[in-house]
Design a protein around this ligand. Structure first.
Ligand SMILES: [Zn+2]
Length: 289
């Protein structure tokens, strides 16, 4: 099955027109493709590690890799296309992202899967899963969770992480990229990036920074800083299926533990003060449970 993923991407992030969302079975095939692409690239590991260490992405590369990776995520999982939900998550996301330390066009979408997780891709693309959204209770939790992802993007956390890891699929691909035509290079680097996204965990200091700054951004936007904390408390209790363990993503990685993250976040929340909105009724109205 061939999926016009880039075309669909434009639709789901603008929320304009319904599009086909039947991607059953695509996830497994996409994973296989990503793995094949990674295997092909293996022999140049040493060169790759050197290349990866040298030069950070330009803003343009970041946008291109992010867009290609986001298209693959959409193709793998499908996205929730109800215009009201698309509008709502982009409204809340944009409100929080206005407080971000790096300005860029942040975009938000809901992956159509029961898996609980969230992903921050280069170039401003934030994905929350339907499974995560349905476990939230109010808009402050959503704002905190989206803020967490926005911080990962603003600070280029994943790019920094994969540059620092030996044998990251992306680092290997990066070394070959110089030899390829640009569109092919972007495609292959997106495959490799996605592989790392699913297989690497961010360091504790990056997760703590995303929790802290995400909660503070939500607070400055007018939400209760407790939103992210109470969402993490709920998530700590979620039954962790095998699928969830693999795909928890960058919001809900289980290493570092929820307990240590919540402990660190408590101090931020206490310092921010007990104020701001929860907006439970508006959340319930916008997200049908
Ligand atoms: Zn995270």
């Amino acid at each position: 099955m061939r999926i016009p993923a880039l075309a669909l991407l434009a639709v789901v992030f603008s929320g304009a027109v319904p599009a086909p969302a039947q991607f059953g079975g695509v996830l497994g095939r996409a994973r296989q493709k990503i793995e094949e692409s990674r295997q092909k690239a293996k022999p140049v590991t040493d060169r790759a590690e050197k290349a990866a260490a040298i030069r950070p992405w330009t803003d343009e590369e970041e946008q291109q890799i992010g867009r290609a990776t986001a298209a693959k995520m959409v193709a793998m999982f499908g996205v929730v296309e109800e215009p009201a939900v698309v509008r709502y998550i982009n409204l809340v996301g944009a409100t929080v992202a206005r407080q971000a330390p790096r300005k860029m066009p942040y975009r938000f979408a809901v992956l159509d899967t029961e898996i609980v997780g969230a992903f921050a891709l280069p170039g401003g693309y934030v994905f929350l899963t339907k499974g995560a959204l349905l476990r939230m209770e109010n808009e402050a939790q959503l704002a905190g969770a989206l803020g967490h992802e926005v911080v990962h993007i603003a600070e280029r956390h994943l790019e920094t992480e994969i540059r620092s890891k030996r044998g990251s699929a992306w680092a290997i691909e990066e070394a070959q990229a110089q030899q390829l035509p640009l569109d092919q290079s972007i495609r292959q680097r997106a495959d490799a990036f996605l592989h790392d996204l699913f297989n690497m965990r961010l360091s504790q200091d990056k997760e703590d920074a995303a929790d802290r700054d995400g909660a503070l951004m939500a607070s400055r936007a007018g939400y209760s800083p407790r939103g992210l904390l109470t969402f993490l408390e709920r998530m700590a209790q979620v039954n962790q299926s095998e699928e969830n363990k693999r795909l928890f993503g960058q919001l809900l990685s289980t290493h570092p533990s929820f307990e240590s993250r919540m402990q660190a976040l408590q101090q931020t929340v206490a310092a921010a003060g007990d104020r701001g909105e929860l907006l439970e009724a508006r959340f319930r109205g916008a997200v049908p449970h």
